[in-house]
Write a protein that binds this ligand. Structure first.
Ligand SMILES: Nc1ncnc2c1ncn2[C@@H]1O[C@H](COP(=O)(O)OP(=O)(O)OP(=O)(O)O)[C@@H](O)[C@H]1O
Ligand SMILES: [Mg+2]
Length: 254
């Protein structure tokens, strides 16, 4: 499967947020979306999945315009892990993950759905909190529950908005390992916004760096993550070192 974002633009009222965003990504790839706060990463993920419709440009999946698809088709195509996972409903962890199956089951739970949910809960080490109310979880636990829900959906495209922002170092790596093996083994595609350049370098096949509403740099890690680009985009000094196939970024005191 190929996803093509073609000259996508978006404005809130008259304020342009995204201008002329173009890139392509394929099944089996993780694309990482980098950029300072407020550059439009969340907005771009929402535009790609039509949670909000773009103001201009197109998104195509295997050549088909997604604005021609109905809500059900879109829900089958995309799963989405939001940046903020607060919820008002006092619902359990297991029911939250099961909600990921909704578009496949017409609200009637089958054995297969239960098995999918149980497997994900186990894989993500959420078994011990399966029956807890999600409003009573830590921020990191809640974040992993919403990732589990998106995985349960088994869609060919998964969009993750800062999926590891509340996770400790071990949980960051374990969660990204699960997402990465899912992408490679099930041949799905992932687009993930992230602030941790090292995690982006470890798991991203392609990197997109946003600045001033547009794509500042796009390519593989070594092309995009370098001291000059980071200085231009984030306005900070760093030391960037390539070791064992990974590009490591060290933040310097300014
Ligand atoms: N509902 C809204 N109405 C008006 N402006 C908005 C709305 N949501 C976001 N914005 C603005 O759009 C811009 C892009 O926001 P967005 O949330 O996409 O940034 P981001 O790159 O995800 O930032 P962060 O790294 O902080 O998550 C910001 O300037 C923000 O203030
Ligand atoms: Mg955001």
């Amino acid at each position: 499967m190929k996803l093509k974002v073609d000259k996508l633009g978006f404005s809130y009222e008259k304020t342009p947020i995204l201008k002329d965003i173009s890139f392509e990504t394929n099944s089996g790839e993780i694309t990482c979306l980098l950029g300072p706060n407020g550059t439009g990463k969340t907005t771009l993920l929402k535009c790609i999945s039509r949670i909000i419709p773009p103001s201009s440009g197109n998104v195509l999946v295997d050549g088909t315009l997604i604005n021609k698809m109905n809500t059900k088709e879109l829900a089958k195509l995309f799963s989405y892990v939001p940046q903020s996972t607060h919820t008002a409903f006092p619902i359990s962890v297991i029911d939250t993950v099961l909600m990921g199956r909704v578009q496949n089951i017409n609200f009637k739970v089958k054995e297969e759905d239960k098995e999918i949910v149980f497997n994900i809960l186990e894989e993500m080490n959420l078994n011990n909190i399966a029956f807890k109310n999600i409003n009573n979880l830590s921020g990191g636990e809640r974040q992993r529950v919403f990732i589990a829900k998106a995985i349960a959906q088994q869609s060919p495209i998964i969009l993750l908005d800062e999926p590891t922002s509340s996770l400790d170092m071990k949980n960051q790596l374990e969660t990204l390992e699960i997402i990465s093996s899912l992408v490679k083994e099930k041949n799905i595609m992932a687009i993930m916004s992230i602030h941790d350049l090292n995690i982006a370098s470890m798991y991203g096949d392609k990197i997109i760096m946003l600045k001033n509403s547009g794509v500042y740099s796009y390519g593989n890690t070594k092309e995009v993550i370098n001291e000059e680009n980071i200085k231009q985009v984030y306005g900070v000094n760093t030391i960037v070192k390539n070791m064992d196939e990974t590009t490591y970024t060290f933040l310097c005191k300014q």
